[in-house]
Design a protein around this ligand. Structure first.
Ligand code: GDP
Length: 439
């Protein structure tokens, strides 16, 4: 995410890193590079200029403290300003009501339907609410089907009236349906067009007046950069929405939308969506995003994702096995499954400070573990528990079953052996034992 911007900012900071003190001259050079980096990331020039002017003023006004180098000071100033530019602190979703009504608007293809389902999933699993999804796209019958498929996937009911061509009526009926079925929040997925158009705006505005939403979320594809910002402005002028959702942050996004939208429409970004899977939705935290942009990683999100998947019982069992040196291939497979549940592997690695840059050109797809899993799947439970019994005959069978070569199987077994040896060593170290035993 925002890899290019991160690199450009890093190289801007390099200018001042070696300097003993902040001077008008070295600040000017750094600030100019920062401004260029922002403009190239598709941040509007006016915003980039205002941003860097602030940074310049801040930096010049700083007292020189010997404990902090000018480089560190600049990074801190830029980080604080990035946080401010993206809205300061996070903005909570209002989801209380009888039912609470959340209206979803945006252009066609922006990711509205996908987001609607993700939001329902989030409210259900993280907030313990009982959501109802409403398909109010009266122009594309396929949109209703799409929402139904997603609803089924996450176990959330979908309300639709395929024959009705009146979105206002559908929305009003959905509110009644929610009340009668004890649903406490409804999410209305409205129709989108390929470009901002009067009929679409009137329709959403009418739905808004009829059902008085607690939240109107404007969904925008972050890959569209400056266009995203212009579309946001058009929707906001008409709808006065309450928050923004940035989608497709898993793609090759430059960052312009994330950095300029709050400034332009004065509405907070509430969620970011980064994938097609239902659990790839995150609350937007300006502070964490600023850290990621500056290559400082985002350990907080990483830890939260790990905690969400953490199974105390399983961890204890595993710990015992490691201590007794009984960690086998079935355990290994289980661990891989847990990691995969946390999300896109490359994104996860990118949250560790400094690692994002190191892995940027390496192809780590979600399928990275598929080969290993196929090999383990081809083994019998007995073989997984005790790989030592693998003779040539068994190995041939396993490799063939997994569609892998003998070299790949041997390579993997060797790696697994090395991993076990390392665990053994850690068990012998007093520190390792302390760490493992304390939990
Ligand atoms: P709508 O027309 O606004 O309802 O958009 P859809 O929800 O149908 O999304 C359009 C396309 O973008 C679909 O192929 C989605 O699978 C895809 N999509 C939606 N959100 C994301 C996202 O966060 N990341 C990626 N990579 N694709 C997304």
């Amino acid at each position: 995410m925002f890899q290019n911007l991160t690199e450009r900012l890093e190289s801007a900071f390099k200018q001042i890193k070696g300097e003993g003190r902040i001077t008008e001259l070295n600040i000017a050079a750094t600030v100019k590079d920062i401004r260029r980096a922002l403009v190239d990331a598709d941040v509007n020039y006016k915003i980039a200029k205002e941003f860097t002017d602030k940074i310049k003023d801040e930096a010049m006004g700083q007292k020189v403290i010997t404990a902090v180098s000018p480089g560190q000071l600049m990074v801190k100033i830029v980080k604080d300003e990035l946080v401010a530019l993206m809205g300061g602190s996070e903005s909570e979703l209002q989801s209380k009501g009888n039912p609470a009504v959340i209206l979803i608007a945006g252009l066609q293809g922006s990711g509205k339907t996908t987001f609607s389902a993700k939001l329902a999933n989030y409210l259900k699993t993280k907030k313990g609410l009982s959501p109802l999804l409403v398909a109010a796209d009266i122009y594309r019958p396929a949109a209703i089907d799409q929402l139904k498929v997603l609803g089924e996937q996450i176990g959330v009911d979908v309300y639709s009236e395929p024959e009705n061509k009146n979105a206002v009526q559908i929305a009003e009926n959905a509110v009644k349906e929610a009340r009668s079925k004890n649903k406490n929040v409804i999410i209305i997925d409205t129709a989108g067009r390929l470009a901002v158009d009067e009929q679409m705006m009137t329709e959403v505005a009418n739905v808004k007046s009829a059902v008085k939403p607690n939240e109107i979320l404007f969904v925008v594809d972050s890959m569209t950069g400056q266009d995203a910002v212009n579309t946001a402005k058009a929707f906001n002028d008409r709808l006065d929405f309450t928050g923004v959702v940035l989608t497709k942050l898993d793609g090759d996004t430059r960052g312009g939308a994330a950095l300029s939208i709050k400034y332009t429409v004065e509405k907070p970004i509430k969620f970011v969506s980064s994938g097609e899977k239902m659990d790839t939705l995150d609350v937007f935290y300006p502070e964490r995003m600023a850290q990621r942009i500056l290559g400082m990683g985002d350990i907080t999100t990483l830890v939260e994702k790990a905690q969400a998947q953490f199974d105390e019982e399983q961890a204890k069992k595993l710990e015992k096995k490691i201590r007794k040196n009984q960690f086998d291939l079935s355990d290994f497979k289980q661990q891989l499954e847990q990691i995969k549940k946390m999300g896109n592997i490359k994104d996860l690695l990118g949250m560790i400070p400094g690692v994002g840059k190191a892995v940027k050109d390496i192809d780590i797809s979600d399928d990275a573990f598929k080969g290993i899993e196929a090999l383990i799947n081809s083994m019998t439970p007995e073989e997984r528990a005790n790989p030592d019994i693998l003779d040539a005959r068994r190995k041939t069978r396993i490799a063939k079953g997994a569609g892998k070569s003998m070299d790949e199987l041997n390579g993997f077994l060797k790696q697994f052996e090395q991993m076990k040896n390392m665990m053994k060593m850690m068990n012998k170290m007093p520190m390792g034992r302390m760490g493992l035993g304390r939990r």
